[in-house]
Design a protein around this ligand. Sequence first.
Ligand code: ADP
Ligand code: MG
Length: 617
Amino acid sequence: MSKIRLLSPRLANQIAAGEVVERPASVLKELLENALDAGATKVEIDVEEGGVQQIRVRDDGIGIGQDDLPLALSRHATSKIYTLDDLEGVATLGFRGEALASISSVARLTMTSNDSESSMQGWSAFSEGREMEVQIQPVAHPRGTTVEVRDLFFNTPARRKFLRTEKTEFNHLEEVVKRQALSRFDVSFYLRHNQRGIHALRACKSQAEMERRIASVCGPAFMESALFVEHEVNGIKLWGWIALPTFSRSQADLQHFFVNGRVVRDKLVSHAIRQAYADVLFHGRHPAYVLYLELDPNIVDVNVHPTKHEVRFRDGRTVHNFLFSSLHRVLADVRPGDNPAPTQYVQQMPAAVPADPLARGEFQGQASMGLQSHGAAVAAPAMFGGYSLSPAPSGGDISDHMQASRDFYQAPAPSLEAQGSEEVPPLGFAIAQLKGIYILAENAQGLVVVDMHAAHERITYERLKLAVDGEGIRTQPLLVPQSMALSAKEVDGAEQFAEEFAKLGFGIEAAGEESVLIRHIPVNLAQADVLQLVRDVLADFLTYGTSDRVQQQRNEILATMACHGSVRANRRLTIPEMNALLRDMEATERSGQCNHGRPTWTAMSMAELDKLFLRGQ
Ligand code: ADP
Ligand code: MG
């Protein structure tokens, strides 16, 4: 007898199910994707006992005709692609034609559908993990489809054992609903658990309604400190909302990214975004965002993973650079009272200061108020003591700039009258210094409190970066070229990216099949562990097509210098000196956070102060 045998359809499907159906949430994800692919405008989800007992999804999409119904449940049966070419530019969420077959091999599945607008005559198909034969019977059903999945893993006890508590499974289900709800603002979603209403998200018709949906899905605190982003270059478009760095998370749990409407977790994407936040985020914290990338489906491969959570970009490096530069710019531009960029890069959200931000364990106190006041003009920094932030003159040493920065705050102060009839700038005018640490200022809305060391540190740091950028990256030859052992693949990579290495100040050439010679290194990194750095940069190039490690190392050094070169606590500043610092903050990129990502200022409006004193209540 032959040793090789064909698997029974049921076993084949159960094996395939292992890839797609991990838990109730994965079932729901597939059912929701099908409903959306069917053009539903309204999706109702009913869940019993964390989805293990039952998941029912009802949609008002195009439905399935009587003849197609049994096919829908068979493996490799799909209405979404017919040829390989269709796969190239696939625009639907599904296309593998195996979700329903997989689910019905490990649960009891009933699918009821009607594809006619005019009659209530629908058909119901039932399948329960048998040899996949399907019985069909007539039932009344409006146009659309209802899928009911009961007793998940009833015939695969080993899988059932991996299920967690009802609450945990439900949390996963809810997460799936939230993500799909964020992916399609034009669709209504209703979620009930054990007959209790959990979410009722009506279709959104305006940006304000979209923002309300995000607030109910991601929490109002996110929306309060979110910036709207929109950027398009050469047919690639990014839009959505990113939280200010001062609203960060201890976990990467508020990161929603969609590629052409598909929920995606992609390391290239998260790397690019992390890099955009690198200079402003408090150590160990994670940024929060809801972002949409839209690009020609022909340049993304969605057929990389059975659950379609990952994608592959044909030109990953372009996408990485596009994401990084779009977000980096937006974050750098966040300044107290700054005008939105003319391109509508950033739009200010209606912001309300949270009643008790600290209780939520988030840094976010300052976010909202400065951003509202974008109408106010920023006084030219040059007005105050002729000091300016313009890029460093070429040549000159970094220490000159450090000195200049220290000198400034000892410079003879301009008089307050100089402001005369000027509009009140966003951070207002200084009234006092508190305990040698904080500057108290008054602006149009009320009180502003500034941590003067943190603020000055950021200003000095940004100036140092400008100075070094102005010089360009200089390179120095090593006395003795360093040889370095690498794998053959890495040596290929090093050659392929030789030009990129040169741009970063490295001179690297292949010295054999498994070694390279390092001849030049960037000047200001003479102290760094060169071999490790080259290894890391190369790994970045190979994975993301780009690397910011050299800049990161350099920035670390500059940040340390800035810290030592900035006004310390307990330095008495005169009022004009304090005003000059405030004006500097308004003119400096990223001045809302110190170099470590902590906020540099916070504000309290008159309304908030009045509330504290129960005034007018
Ligand atoms: P895929 O989504 O990859 O095509 P599925 O197994 O999820 O594979 O579904 C098989 C087919 O059943 C789909 O191609 C579609 O034609 C049909 N189908 C599934 N769910 C629905 C639905 N809610 N409304 C209309 N048609 C559906
Ligand atoms: Mg599907």
